[in-house]
Design a protein around this ligand. Structure first.
Ligand code: PHE
Length: 361
């Protein structure tokens, strides 16, 4: 749904730190770097490349994603702040145009001197990040010695998998996935490795993707079923795993859902915070997105701190399942939605950081 808001009003009313905005003339792209919060550390977050209906939509997405990163880092207890970049392209770009845009974007990041650090997100690739790293050191998940650019997808998928199991255990009493039906919406960078993990556990998979051939190919390989991407909100399943765009949980879709658990990797799955209460009232257990999908961010942050061993990283990421189990248990005990329980944890961390920050000033 396109927003009817004025971009300047979005800039004025935002509760974040501010937005760096530049129009890239050669490609007609709006470059948006939204900086939300720096109480835990300097803002860091992925770069999304996407076509939006209008500038206001891109700006709003960047601001909401940056806020999501604040929560994600706080939930992980890692010393990074919330930020996110959006490259709002007018149409899919040719390779040469794209390279030019990435180079100019890298120049902008370089000029910020580390105020914002980035990595891949929807629509950008590890190759794009390597290109940015050729201009400046402010790229996370890039090994400057080996010139190796990481794909966070498999780490994100592992965190979602563990979170999904924690949610299934909370909803059904055990986390056995054999015979459970999981509907994955979007089998891209995260959805595909997630499907592989679930298939290995004997889950019955329904796979949907706007790229129908992609869903069909993976379904054939895994012995799963490809389903119509327009039918996802009405299909009976145990778990609905949104692994594509945000905002799929809203006043229109929630009454239609025929699942018991929602656990997926998309950022900003809820259209509004009220939708968490809507799910709660319907008895659908929602695994908060910024916790479930934090495996990629966690791996990238740990790499930044010098840990590059894949097995060790995966083991740390798997710990997200325990965090999710704690959040769901806290929500259950207090009779609140899981989003509220997760938010309380985040607020406690941010408040603690703020008070120690004030003491040191
Ligand atoms: N874009 C991914 C996310 O939203 C991974 C990422 C995290 C990339 C942090 C860069 C920095 O979690």
């Amino acid at each position: 749904m396109p927003t009817d808001r004025d971009p300047l009003a979005l800039l004025e009313t935002w509760d974040g730190l501010g937005v760096v905005l530049r129009h890239d003339q050669p490609t007609g792209t709006w470059i948006i770097i939204a900086l939300h919060d720096d109480r835990l550390g300097r803002p860091a977050g992925g770069t999304r490349m996407k076509v939006y209906p209008a500038l206001a939509d891109a700006l709003e997405d960047a601001q909401r994603l940056a806020e999501g990163m604040t929560h994600k880092w706080a939930g992980l207890d890692l010393p990074f702040g919330g930020g996110k970049a959006v490259l709002a392209i007018p149409r899919p770009l040719e390779a040469a145009e794209r390279a030019g845009l990435i180079d100019r974007y890298a120049g902008l990041i370089a000029s910020l001197n580390g105020t914002f650090r980035t990595g891949p997100d929807l629509g950008t690739t590890p190759e794009d990040m390597a290109r940015i790293a050729a201009h400046c050191p402010h790229v996370l998940g890039y090994d400057f010695e080996r010139r190796y650019s990481v794909d966070p997808g498999p780490y994100t998928a592992r965190g979602v998998y563990e979170s999904l199991k924690a949610a299934v255990a909370a909803a059904f009493g055990d986390d056995d996935l054999a015979g459970r039906t999981v509907l994955i919406q979007g089998v891209g960078d995260v959805g595909e490795p997630l499907a592989r993990l679930l298939a290995a556990d004997g889950a019955r998979l329904l796979l949907a993707d706007v790229d129908r051939r992609r869903a069909g190919g993976l379904a054939a390989e895994l012995g799963a079923e490809a389903v119509d991407p327009d039918a996802v909100y009405d299909l009976p399943c145990d778990v609905y795993a949104p692994c594509a765009v945000g905002g799929t949980l809203n006043a229109g879709t929630i009454p239609r859902l025929a699942c018991r658990v929602v656990a997926g990797s998309a950022n900003n799955q809820l259209a509004t915070a009220e939708d968490a209460e809507r799910l709660h009232r319907r008895g659908i257990l929602y695994a908060p997105d910024y916790v479930a999908n934090s495996g990629g961010a966690m791996a990238i942050a740990l790499m930044q701190q010098g840990l590059w061993d894949e097995e060790a990283l995966m083991a740390r990421v798997a710990g997200i399942g325990r965090v999710m189990a704690e959040i769901l248990a806290e929500a259950q005990e207090q009779g609140v939605s899981p989003l509220r329980a997760a938010r309380r944890r985040v607020e406690r961390r941010l408040a603690a950081a703020q008070s120690s920050d004030m003491r040191s000033k």
